[in-house]
Design a protein around this ligand. Structure first.
Ligand code: SAH
Length: 366
C-alpha cells in the first residue's frame, strides 16, 4: 500500500492543482522553509541522530580556526570598536560557540563583538539560544540578512547557500524551458517542463554554455544574497562563505535529498528530507563583484584550513588529550581536509567577499 502523503505533499498538490506546475525552486523553498511543514521548521537535522553532519559538528577545530580568522580580519579592518558578527544559518550554534571560545584569546576583538544570527526556523533558533546562553552575551536573531543593520561586520555562512532554492532549465529545440514540479498522470509528483521557453535565457548564460545540446540542464540560484553581500562589502564588511560546490559554471543538475544520512528521491516525502544543491561559486562571485565587493578565492577547504594552521591545532589538542580522544582529533582532521569524493577537503570551497580596502585576507594567500 502506498504511504500516506506527508502534510506538505498534500499542500503542494493543492497548490499545483490551483496554480499549475511550480518551478523546482518553489518546490525546494516549500520543502525546506514552509512555515508549518518545512524541513528546517520541524527537524533538528544535524549530527549523528539527524540527517547529515557538518564541519563544525565533526571537529571543534573548524570553528576555532574561524574564530581566529575573524580576529585577524578584524585587525585588518582597523580594529573597529564595534563589529557585528553575523552568522547565516547557524544550525546548532556549534561553529559560533567554538569560534567565540577561540576569539576570546584576542580580548579587544571579543569585547568589540555584537552577535547577529540569521535563522528562519524557530526550532533551530531555540537550539542556538540554548547553546549560546552559557556565553552570557547578547544575541540578536533576524529572519534575513537584509534585516541586519549596516556598519562594520564579519559574516559567516557554512553550508547555508546550498540550502537556498535552485532553479533548473532544460535546453530544447526552441530554447531553455524551466523544469517544474507537476502531478504526473499516475498521480505522483514528477518533474516536467514549462510549456514556453524562458525568454532570452541564452543571453544570461556564460558564453561557452550558450550552444549547449538539447537535453542539457542548467541550474541557478537567485543572486539576491550575492548582491547583498557585495553591496555590504563596500561598507566595512567581510563575508566568508564555505560550502560544497563548483568553481566554474557548468551544466548538469545537483539537487539532492538526504534523510538519515542516505540519499533519497527529492520528490518523495517532501518536508522529511534535506534538499540541497551545489553552490556555483563563479556566479556568486560575479554578482558580489558587480556590487563592489572584492573576491578572495575560492580556495579548497583543505588549503584554507592548512593555511590557518589546523595541523598545529591538531598537535596541541592531541598533546592535551587522552589517547582515545587523540584518535578522534585525527579523524576529524582527516574528514575536514581529505581530498577525493568522500572527504570535505576538496569538495568544499571557501570564498570571501570583502571591502576592497582591506587587502589580502588570511587563508587565501599561499
Ligand atoms: N551552519 C550550520 C548549519 C547548516 S544547515 C552548520 O554548519 O552546522 C542550514 C541552516 O540554515 C539551518 O540552521 C537552517 O535552519 C538555516 N536556513 C535554511 N534556509 C534558511 C533561510 N532561507 N533563511 C535563514 N536560515 C535558513
Amino acid at each position: 500500500m502506498a504511504d500516506e502523503p506527508t502534510p506538505l505533499e498534500s499542500e503542494i498538490r493543492r497548490l499545483i492543482e490551483v496554480a499549475g506546475p511550480m518551478p523546482i525552486a518553489d518546490y525546494m523553498r516549500l520543502c525546506l522553509t514552509h512555515p508549518q511543514y518545512g524541513y528546517y521548521m520541524t527537524h533538528d537535522p544535524i549530527g549523528a541522530g539527524g540527517d547529515f553532519i557538518t564541519a563544525p559538528e565533526i571537529s571543534q577545530m573548524f570553528g576555532e580556526l574561524i574564530g581566529l580568522w575573524m580576529a585577524a580580519v578584524w585587525q585588518q579592518m582597523g580594529a573597529p570598536e564595534n563589529v557585528r558578527l553575523v552568522e547565516l544559518g547557524p544550525g546548532r550554534g556549534t561553529l559560533m560557540v567554538d569560534a567565540l571560545r577561540a576569539a576570546k584569546t584576542v580580548r579587544s576583538f571579543y569585547t568589540a563583538i555584537v552577535l547577529h544570527l540569521v535563522e528562519i526556523s524557530p526550532k533551530m533558533q531555540a537550539a542556538q539560544q540554548q547553546r549560546l546562553e552559557s556565553l552570557g552575551e547578547p544575541v540578536l536573531w533576524h529572519p534575513a540578512l537584509t534585516d541586519v543593520p549596516g556598519g562594520p561586520a564579519i559574516i559567516i555562512a557554512n553550508e547555508f547557500v546550498d540550502a537556498l532554492p535552485v532553479h533548473q532549465a532544460i535546453k530544447q529545440a526552441d530554447g531553455w524551458h524551466e523544469r517544474m514540479v507537476e502531478i504526473a498522470p499516475d498521480g505522483k509528483l514528477a518533474i516536467g517542463v514549462a510549456r514556453d521557453p524562458l525568454p532570452h535565457f541564452d543571453a544570461t548564460l556564460p558564453r561557452e554554455l550558450r550552444q549547449s545540446p538539447a537535453g542539457s540542464i542548467y541550474e541557478w540560484r537567485s543572486d539576491q544574497l550575492a548582491l547583498e553581500l557585495g553591496r555590504r562589502a563596500r561598507t566595512d564588511n567581510v563575508a566568508l562563505i564555505i560550502d560544497y560546490g563548483h568553481v566554474r559554471q557548468g551544466l548538469g543538475e545537483t539537487l539532492q535529498a538526504v534523510a538519515g544520512h542516505s540519499y533519497t528521491d527529492p520528490l518523495r516525502r517532501p518536508g522529511e528530507a534535506d534538499l540541497t544543491a551545489h553552490v556555483d561559486f563563479a556566479s556568486l562571485a560575479q554578482s558580489a563583484e558587480i556590487m563592489g565587493g572584492r573576491i578572495h578565492g575560492p580556495v579548497s577547504q583543505r588549503d584554507f584550513l592548512l593555511r590557518l594552521g589546523i595541523e598545529n591545532r591538531v598537535a596541541v589538542l592531541k598533546a592535551q588529550a587522552a589517547s582515545d580522544k587523540a584518535a578522534e582529533i585525527e579523524r576529524g582532521f582527516n574528514r575536514l581536509t581529505a581530498t577525493g569524493p568522500k572527504g570535505m577537503g576538496e569538495l568544499f570551497k571557501v570564498l570571501a567577499i570583502a571591502d576592497p580596502k582591506f587587502g589580502a585576507l588570511p587563508g587565501f594567500e599561499t
